[in-house]
Design a binder for this molecule. Structure first.
Ligand code: GLV
Ligand code: MN
Ligand code: MN
Length: 423
């Protein structure tokens, strides 16, 4: 991973993290898209997301950094290093949220990165390598599915044009929402930058979104990899008819078929070891009238596992099941996206673990159940992640909560690790 600072420099950067500054930024960001229930609705490329990016870009001047934005809207703050010929170390996450999301998913990674950049300056460390903070576009995929648009396009995993063509539930294309956001950044004088720029390493801090760290009482975790994920759309086609008059033998009820197929798919995904994650999160019934037999049902599948071979085997059994008739209805299973599992490189996870030890932080190793932009960055440069615990493992929920002490501990670990990587 190249030369590292001595650990006292890295420690000094960790100690320069200011809890009050981090707390203030978290509270401010939570006002952009604040919900009445305490959560956040800052959907990708909506007015709140754009405002959050403008605010982040404004922070560049005080850091002595330069803000710039690429064609998919990823916003970078670049802090120069003493050797400008070197590729930068990069940290960051995302500012968009779920529709009923929390204050920390994505936001903490961006704000911890911002605080790390400040801490480096406050500790009086001049990094040899440039250090950049990035906010990736549309990680969640809640408004425009699939998610991780910014990192996937940046890394060449998906095309810009196909990504711009994605439409939200109101028919608005990602491209037109992006153009509005870019126009606001242009008006603020933020220059454009190319996609796919080289990086020395990428480290993303994120909330765990699961129960492991809280259970073991650790303030941070070193992430060893991210499980793979496949999204599908299933459609059942039957025929609409009168609910009161149509006898059973004459019904082709798409909802009856969809319920039976959904139960069989869930059963096919059940594993002894409880490692498969299978979720139906969207279920749409048409025409949606109390006294009309449904003629069409569409539902989503989110399928995850750490091994690609298991995802392949489950996808094949899903295809077989969907090929059968269900309550006389025809089913189609359409793959929407597939992201392969990744293992992060051992030298980088070792550097993060060593840094935690230097800071006297307990940081067990774990896999990520959620996907993150880091899953694409892993194909672009050495990549790893740090987790901080969230209360009750709760996430994608307005009550998502991270204790400030743990957010600070994770940020200190991030800042010290970045200082080592930049040295
Ligand atoms: C990211 O939000 C995920 O669904 O894993
Ligand atoms: Mn996230
Ligand atoms: Mn999320």
């Amino acid at each position: 991973m190249g030369k590292t600072t001595d650990s006292s420099d890295a420690k000094a950067v960790g100690e320069a993290v200011d809890p009050a500054r981090l707390e203030r930024d978290l509270a401010f960001l939570a006002t952009l898209g604040a919900r009445d229930d305490g959560g956040v609705a800052r959907l990708a490329l909506d007015a709140n997301d754009t405002q959050a990016r403008l605010w982040l870009a404004e922070q560049a001047a005080a850091l002595g950094a330069n803000a710039s934005v690429d064609a998919i809207g990823n916003l970078f703050l670049d802090l120069p290093g003493s050797d400008p010929t070197l590729a930068p170390v990069v940290t960051g996450s995302h500012l968009d949220s779920q529709p009923a999301g929390g204050r920390y998913d994505g936001a903490l990674g961006v704000l911890a990165g911002l605080e790390a950049l400040r801490a480096l300056g406050d500790a009086g460390i001049q990094p040899r390598r440039p250090l950049s903070l990035v906010s990736w576009t549309n990680e969640e995929g809640a408004r425009f599915a699939p998610g991780t648009s910014g990192s996937a396009v940046f890394c060449g995993v998906r095309g810009l044009d196909e990504t711009r063509a994605i439409r939200d539930a109101d028919g608005v294309s990602l491209g037109s929402a992006l153009d509005e956001c870019l126009a606001a950044l242009d008006a603020a004088g933020i220059p454009r930058r190319p996609l796919a720029t080289p990086m020395h390493a990428f480290v993303e801090l994120h909330i765990e979104q699961g129960p492991i760290l809280e259970r073991v009482g650790a303030p941070a975790g070193v992430v060893e990899g991210i499980q793979g994920v496949s999204w599908f759309e299933v459609t059942l086609s039957g025929s609409a008819n009168h609910a009161g008059t149509t006898p059973r033998a004459m019904r082709r009820d798409a909802l009856e078929g969809a319920c039976a197929l959904a139960a069989s798919l869930r059963e096919a995904a059940r594993d002894e070891a409880d490692r498969v994650r299978f979720t139906i999160g969207k279920f749409v019934v048409s025409p949606g009238s109390v006294n009309t037999i449904p003629d069409r049902v569409t539902f989503s599948i989110d399928l995850r596992h750490p091994e690609a071979a298991t995802l392949d085997a489950l996808s094949a059994s899903f295809r077989l099941l969907a090929g059968q008739p269900w309550a006389g209805c025809q089913a189609t299973l359409t793959p929407l996206s597939r992201i392969e599992p990744v293992d992060f490189p051992a030298p980088l996870t070792a550097l993060l673990a060593d840094t935690a030890e230097d800071l006297a932080l307990t940081a067990p190793r774990l896999m990520s159940g959620a996907f993150h932009d880091a899953i694409h960055l892993a194909g672009h440069c050495p990549t790893a992640m740090l987790f901080v615990p969230c209360r009750g493992g709760l996430s994608h929920h307005p009550d998502e909560h991270v204790d400030l002490d743990e957010a600070v501990a994770g940020t200190r670990l991030l800042a010290a690790s970045l200082a080592r990587l930049c040295a």
